[in-house]
Ligand binder design. Structure first.
Ligand code: LLP
Length: 442
């Protein structure tokens, strides 16, 4: 069965009777008029569909917890929707913990992860009852033990390890290879375990955590990841008589950004993971563990699109034609950061025949602010609305106020209804944190 991460567009996308692109029963041209552009639009049906496809795909295994990787895109409304779907949250900062808590997440289903958590963040996680902390390094073991002791609590932890698996994705988003800033090298695990057994009495080691990378298309590396973790569990059991019960496999499943991308389905990934557990738990003499899966991009990426309004254009004599839109690298830094490729369509005239090859440029003051290097579209005019697909993950969440441009709004659409989930910034928001020191007023 195909799953929604394999689709280029949100599951509700279609061309409506006005010959406009419609998402979640809402006409995108009307959304652009009502809320302004740039505008992030999130389709609730796609979010829930993918969340359910994950749950179905893993339902063949009895002990699974689904965590959403908040870093992909997090707002209180997203927390609410995914909590309703039974998800916990993978969080990497005090800000994400705060959003989960205030959005109504069940904190006991959540995990705090990251390679340099502050003492304040660790204390906050303990105080708010975050279910598991994935400890990344030796300093954190000491800090967390201390914080747990002060709070009078025993804290359940995982050890984040680097399993030594390389995946074929952009080098900035590979994380599981050996030369990585994240986690304990497998050769350091014994030292960490001995410290936990001998000194850190306020920590309860329950399992191992790994994440091999993002935008992954290969299914076999999930098989290998499970194998490495179960082998390590077997080794730990034999050496320390310690029965670890959990493995967290991270996220990483890819999505379809262009017609050429063919990501695997959620079922294919689940099948590799589950078969590896059955093969390797026996082989390494460990009990079948509870598994955590923490997808980000594949839950929210396809669910979100960005609407931009076309402005100026420039035909370079004997060169390319640039068409500029009212957003760019500040609301979606992925093209300039990772050479990410997107697919755009003309929301107000999607049936027109693509007739010219253009470069879609952003509005920010850098030559590198190009959203799409080359795409064939109908002739674009000022005021046209472009719909960029698959911008839901790591777009808004990595946005900035570069050039002091206001961050866009985000709306949630469903059954013809649209609701703001993030307000558009105003100039007052933009300058709210600025302070002019008194002495400059003299
Ligand atoms: N778990 C851990 C420990 C992670 O580090 C990540 C992502 C995930 C889960 C979720 O991975 P996903 O399912 O979204 O692939 N900004 C980059 C992606 C960075 C991913 C960082 N870690 C991008 O825009 O492509």
């Amino acid at each position: 069965m195909n799953t929604a991460n394999q689709s280029l567009k949100p599951v509700t996308a279609k061309i409506n009777e006005n010959s406009h692109i419609e998402i979640g029963g809402c006409d995108t041209v009307e959304l652009a008029e009502k809320y302004g552009t740039p505008l992030y639009v999130f389709d609730e049906t796609t979010i829930r569909t993918i969340a359910r496809q994950y749950k179905d795909a893993f339902s063949k295994y009895p002990k699974v917890s689904m965590l959403y990787a908040s870093k992909a895109f997090m707002t209180k409304a997203v927390v609410r929707i995914l909590s309703q779907e039974g998800f916990g949250f993978d969080m990497v900062s005090g800000g994400e913990i705060y959003t989960a808590k205030t959005g109504g997440a069940d904190m006991s289903k959540c995990l705090f992860n990251g390679n340099n958590k502050s003492i304040e963040e660790l204390e906050m996680a303990i105080e708010l009852g975050v279910g598991l902390i994935s400890v990344d390094n030796f300093l954190e073991l000491a800090l967390l033990d201390n914080a747990a002791k002060s709070a009078g609590k025993k804290v359940d932890i995982l050890l984040r390890v680097t399993p030594g698996i390389e995946c074929h994705t952009h080098e900035y988003i590979q994380t599981g290879h050996l030369d990585s800033k994240f986690g304990f090298d497998l050769t350091q695990v014994d030292e960490a375990i001995e410290l936990i057994i001998d000194e850190y009495k306020n920590l309860n080691l329950t399992g191992l955590h790994a994440h091999i990378g993002s935008q992954i298309f290969e299914t076999s590396i999930y098989y290998d990841e499970v194998k490495v973790l179960l082998k390590e569990m077997g080794r730990i059991k034999a050496k320390y008589k310690l029965n670890l019960t959990h493995i967290n496999l991270g996220g990483g499943l890819g999505i379809k950004y262009t017609e050429n991308d063919c990501p695997p389905s959620i079922d294919e990934i689940a099948q590799k993971i589950i078969s590896s557990i059955y093969d390797n738990a026996k082989k390494y003499n460990v009990d079948e563990p509870e598994i955590h899966i923490e997808p980000g991009r594949s839950i929210i990426g396809t669910s979100g699109v960005t609407l931009y309004t076309v402005g100026s254009s420039k035909q370079v004599p004997k060169g390319r034609k640039y068409v500029a839109v009212d957003g760019g690298m500040a609301d979606n830094p992925r093209p300039s950061l990772y050479q990410a490729v997107y697919t755009a369509e003309l929301a107000n005239r999607p049936n027109d025949i693509p007739s010219e090859t253009v470069t879609i440029a952003g509005r920010f003051c850098e030559s590198g602010d190009i959203l799409i290097k080359e795409t064939k579209l109908p002739e674009l005019k000022e005021g046209d609305i472009l719909c960029f697909y698959d911008t839901g993950a790591y777009g808004y969440s990595m946005s900035s106020n570069y050039n002091r441009v206001l961050r866009p709004a985000a709306v949630l659409v469903n059954n013809g209804q649209s609701d703001i989930i993030i307000n558009r910034e105003t100039y007052e928001h933009l300058t709210a944190m600025d302070v002019i020191p008194e002495r400059l007023s003299k």
